[in-house]
Design a protein around this ligand. Structure first.
Ligand code: FES
Length: 131
């Protein structure tokens, strides 16, 4: 597998909870959309085990954008790929996004700013510094 030229890496959860919610079908739809639109040279996919967000299943994650998607269906899979190619999130299914410093939750397509505001300084992460 040649990775040179790959611009996006899509992780499709195939943990048990996501499989119960159509993980195989989502993976097939996403990979089919990538082939159909000629994106095979720029978008790579990997099936994963549980990503720790079972309640959001089927979970799909895209890097380097840092988009974490929830409730992805096969129908949304193709849309997700078309948005990703344009560098835009698919807002209807976006659960978290990366703001340059940390992941922030998205609710109904809107960043949960109150949670972000309290934790967006450049201070070291508290878990790593004991006083
Ligand atoms: S099985 Fe997909 S997030 Fe847990």
């Amino acid at each position: 597998m040649e990775l040179a030229g790959i611009r996006k890496h899509v992780f499709i959860c195939n943990g048990s909870s996501c499989l119960k919610k159509g993980g195989h079908e989502v993976a097939r739809a996403i990979r089919s959309a990538i082939r159909k639109h000629g994106f095979s040279e720029s978008i790579h996919t990997t099936l994963t085990r549980c990503n720790g967000r079972c309640e959001d299943g089927c979970t799909v994650i895209a890097y380097p954008d840092g988009f974490w998607y929830k409730n992805v269906t096969p129908e949304r899979g193709e849309e997700l790929i078309l948005h990703l190619k344009r560098g835009e999130p698919l807002h209807s299914n976006l659960a978290y996004t990366y703001n340059g410093k940390q992941f922030v939750a998205v609710e109904s397509g809107v960043l949960r700013e109150t949670a972000v505001a309290a934790e967006t300084d450049d201070a070291p992460m508290k878990d790593h510094k004991r006083e």
